[in-house]
Design a protein. Structure first.
Length: 532
């Protein structure tokens, strides 16, 4: 057989070996083609990271928040510092120092760094133009803030949860009470949620200076949380406090726990409602429901405070209700007296349809600063009733040195911006500007009295509620009544003048109520015509 004949007979054999008919050794290109065909013919369910029940705002904020460099870098730096800190124990660092630095870093992250992410949240949305697009959808303004808050707070919870392994590791080093530290961590988490809600609500303001001022106020309110956390983790008296707590009856323990949780939830909700009312369209009413719930919460705290005052063995136990009532009253007064007056009948239609009773209730519950003045006066009276009860039980009803007149001036200071207008374009900024001016005047008065040793000039402080408080502290203790009593009288005059000015604007509510009723009648007539 020649070479050519051998080649012709061998080629088919080699081809049959290289490419058998069953396809086990087919070329890679054919395998890839068949694989693509199989993938297209077989339908696989796509993974879903979020269900439809989640708010679109929550999903958006979670995806953006967890992917930002800020959160990633903060998380890595936080754990790097904690690991290095725990490693110093092997070098002989005292456990007390390690515990103090550990909780200092944890408090800094949960009370400062993570809540600061809400500082520019709403203002950035407004600057980018996305806030107007969100309001055009079916998503309400409250759901927008709620979704943003849940996304930000979930990152704080994630950070707090990552602390648990280090807490267990420190427990084996010794010098750690796991119960006290668990309570301290819970306090930091609740404080982080409240601060995040507050900064998120105030981020609706366009002025950076105003937001920095509000940030300072929120930070000042977080100081007690940090002090209480430091007390729990470092003070030996914390064990005594916990023993006294567990010595209480079961219902008393649960009352304290549920009360703290309820106050935290209500405070967070109120801040979110405050922020939603600032970004909502002017034709919507976000104030009536907020005021009704606020009135119920304040009434409950007032009743609890009076019961503790008159039924407990020590009237000072009423401070459990008085302290949160004091803070919540100031927040509510600031909020309702900085609302813009309504311009659309739809904002008052719900109460206008209820007749005479609805019209009277609207003078308390309609949106706008005019009804807010009367509503704030009611809240201040409720808080002062607890003060009066404590003073009556403690037999300390003295107008010159007692706390009642002092706190009366403190509350009535919230009404002064109603009559003094420094910023006529932003009523919210005007409220804070007037308060700052009064504080600055009070500080200057105190400095003048101290430097010139002319304490009689403290009488000049009686003109405003805030300067009255500074003047009272500038004069001798025995002569406080000379400033406090006249200052209280002038403060009441400020309140009466604010009520008169608010009463003059009640005509706006009457006009809108008539317009709302007219629109309702026209709508019913058109519906009847269509039906006929």
């Amino acid at each position: 057989m020649g070479t050519a004949e051998w080649f012709d007979s061998a080629v088919p054999i080699l081809l049959s070996i290289a490419f058998p008919p069953d396809g086990f050794t087919q070329p890679a290109a054919i395998h890839r083609k068949e694989a693509r065909t199989a993938m297209t013919t077989s339908t696989l369910p796509l993974p879903r990271d979020f269900g439809d029940r989640f708010s679109p705002i929550l999903v958006k904020e979670l995806r953006q928040g967890l992917r930002t460099r800020f959160f990633t870098i903060a998380l890595l730096l936080f754990h790097s510092f904690i690991i290095l800190l725990l490693a110093t124990v092997t070098l002989g660092t005292p456990v007390e120092v390690v515990n103090g630095v550990f909780w200092g870093i944890a408090g800094l992250m949960l009370l400062v760094v993570l809540p600061l992410r809400a500082f520019n949240a709403l203002n950035a949305e407004a600057a980018d133009g996305t806030l107007d697009m969100l309001t055009l959808t079916s998503i309400s303004s409250f759901r927008i803030l709620h979704g943003k808050w849940v996304a930000l707070f979930s990152q704080s919870v994630l950070m707090a949860g990552s602390l648990l392994p280090y807490m267990v590791a420190r427990y084996f080093f010794g010098g750690v009470e796991i119960l006290r530290e668990a309570v301290a961590l819970l306090v930091l988490v609740l404080g982080s949620g409240i601060m995040t809600a507050a900064l998120l609500a105030f981020s609706s303001q366009a002025s950076v200076i105003l937001r920095l001022l509000l940030l300072a106020g929120v930070g000042f309110g977080a100081v007690p949380l940090g002090v209480f956390t430091a007390f729990l983790v470092s003070s030996s008296q914390a064990d005594m406090v916990l023993r006294e707590f567990f010595a209480l009856a079961g219902w008393e323990q649960w009352s304290i726990i549920l009360g703290v949780l309820a106050l935290s939830v209500y405070t967070i909700w109120y801040f979110l409602a405050l922020g939603s009312s600032r970004i909502a369209p002017p034709s919507e009413n976000h104030s009536t429901r907020k005021r009704v719930i606020a009135f119920g919460a304040h009434a409950a705290l007032m009743i609890i405070g009076l019961l503790l005052c008159y039924l407990s063995s020590d009237a000072e136990n009423a401070a459990w209700a008085l302290v949160p009532l004091l803070g919540l009253t100031l927040i509510a007064c600031m909020d309702v007296m900085t609302e813009e007056m309504p311009r659309f009948p739809t904002t008052v239609a719900a109460l206008a349809r209820r007749g005479r009773f609805g019209s009277l209730a609207g003078r308390l519950l309609h949106p706008g600063w005019a009804s807010g003045v009367l509503f704030s006066a009611v809240l201040c009276v409720m808080t002062m009733m607890v003060f009066v009860g404590i003073a009556h039980q403690e037999n300390s009803w003295r107008g010159d040195t007692g706390p009642c007149l002092f706190f009366l001036c403190f509350f009535l200071a919230t009404f002064t911006p109603v009559l003094v207008r420094i910023n006529r374009t932003n009523i919210f900024a005007n409220w804070w500007a007037v308060q700052l001016c009064m504080v600055a005047a009070g500080i200057l008065l105190s400095m003048f009295c101290e430097v010139m040793r002319a304490r009689d000039f403290a009488m000049l402080g009686v003109l405003t509620p805030v300067t009255t408080l500074f003047g009272t502290e500038s004069i001798g203790y025995q002569s406080r009544g000379r400033v406090l009593i006249p200052g209280s009288i002038f403060s009441v005059v400020w309140l009466i003048a604010a009520l008169i000015r608010a009463r003059m604007h009640f005509a706006d509510y009457t006009r809108l109520e008539h317009a709302a009723l007219t629109l309702a009648d026209n709508s019913s007539h058109r519906a009847n015509d269509v039906a006929q």
